[in-house]
Design a protein around this ligand. Structure first.
Ligand code: GMT
Length: 390
């Protein structure tokens, strides 16, 4: 890869979403490769390791003022981008999520003129969906994406959907660079080490021999966590099992109510938001992702990396991650019966489960491993900077 040490600014939503996770992991990986990385966000991203060499954090403060009912985050961010770019002499601003980060970056670049860093925007899917839900955002989003020096998307689905839904000219190249995982951290646990989960989650002891189904999300309606419970209810009728739900969000109360209504309270564990859930994935037998919208499905990839097959819906970017009949099973959104029968098939055949588990891990190692994808990003950084400056 390139030999120059880059000065990179990264902006993302620092919350528990896949886009923030990917942005943070890219930043830390670039820092380990010797680049200087400046996170410019309104809070420290959840997965950011503190005090890492080559990592710096700049907080975007959104000031209150009696005149403002809505303090202007986009302007505070653009101002901070100008400040950091000037003092740290950034070569590159890599923004995750078009709205409003690509717009703030455009503004900062316009203000900085010749001294401005190259701007790369990575789309994550919900930014494009947002435009679908709020049409007035269309012109500004399309403009900001088109003005970026480089644009990436984590799946072919999102690449094509961006041209289609934003009516963006295909003259503007969108590079597909997949999401990734650290295959050294998200690693399968040898079968003989799979112990009881009890010491890990005291409130929810799980006896040996039970199959463990897991779901991780931000409990937004698009994740269809109620379907996760409905699928589990059918599986539990046939296979002694438990469901572990990790994350929190707007659907949590509705999901808890459905668990109680179905009489499953002693079989379902709600763990809420967790910073580190690798140990739970490693002890899981199956991951459920019945979303109605998913540009990629990073949570499924993290499970696969731990050797956990996935039962998911066959939508958008998911089939680019989960291979139907090889690393899991895919069916239509809301096809509860089908998802449950596929889950039972997998969980009741040790031979099939072992084959799917191995195929899941192999797929992540060959296509989505961090070292390989960071090479793609680093190469893209140098190519985009070179193109802009030449
Ligand atoms: O899915 C969410 O609610 C969070 C969202 C985000 O913006 O962080 O996730 C999106 O980006 C992830 C990382 O690229 C993808 O793995 C998710 O599939 C994508 N979510 C949707 O498209 C709904």
């Amino acid at each position: 890869m390139g030999s120059k040490q880059l000065r990179i600014g990264i902006t993302c939503y620092p919350t528990f979403g896949g886009s923030g996770v990917i942005a943070t992991e890219i930043g830390m990986a670039m820092a380990r490769r010797g680049h200087r990385v400046h996170f410019i966000c309104y809070d420290i991203p959840g997965r950011l390791q503190r005090y890492m060499e080559n990592i710096f954090f700049h907080e975007v403060e959104v000031h209150d003022y009696p005149l403002f009912t809505y303090p202007p985050y986009s302007l505070s961010l653009a101002s901070k981008m100008v400040e950091v770019s000037t003092y740290e002499k950034l070569d590159l601003l890599h923004v995750h999520y078009a709205v409003p980060h690509a717009t703030s970056a455009y503004l900062a670049r316009s203000i900085l003129g010749e001294q401005a860093p190259t701007v790369i925007t990575t789309l994550h899917g919900t930014d494009i969906t947002l435009v679908g839900n709020e049409r007035s955002y269309l012109p500004i989003t399309r403009f900001s994406i088109a003005q970026s020096d480089g644009v990436t998307a984590p799946s072919r689905y999102l690449q094509l959907a961006t041209y289609d839904k934003l009516n963006l000219s295909t003259d503007i190249p969108i590079e597909t660079i997949p999401n990734f995982v650290d295959i050294g951290r998200f690693v399968p646990m040898p079968a003989d080490e799979k112990r009881s989960l009890a010491p890990l989650i005291g409130a929810c002891p799980i006896e040996q021999g039970l199959k463990i189904l897991t779901h991780v999300s931000n409990f937004r309606p698009v994740k269809r966590v109620v379907d996760v419970v409905a699928v589990f209810a059918k599986v539990a009728q046939e296979i002694p099992s438990r469901l572990i739900l990790i994350g929190d969000g707007p659907e949590r109360s509705r999901v808890e109510a459905s668990v109680r209504d179905l009489g499953l309270a002693d079989k379902v564990c709600f763990l809420g938001k967790q910073e580190d859930f690798v140990g739970i994935l490693q002890r899981s037998d199956l991951f459920l992702l019945p979303s109605e919208s998913e540009s990629f499905g990073l949570a499924a990839l993290e499970a696969m990396s731990c050797g956990v097959p996935v039962v998911a819906s066959n939508v958008q970017g998911i089939p680019e991650v989960v291979v139907d009949g090889v690393t899991g099973f895919l069916s239509d959104v809301g096809a509860i019966e089908r998802m449950a029968s596929n889950a039972v098939r997998l969980l009741s055949s040790p031979t099939m489960h072992q084959a799917f588990s191995q195929a899941s891990r192999d797929r992540v190692v060959s296509e989505f491993n961090e070292a390989y994808v960071i090479d793609l990003y680093e190469d893209y950084y140098f190519r985009t900077i070179h193109k802009r400056l030449s």
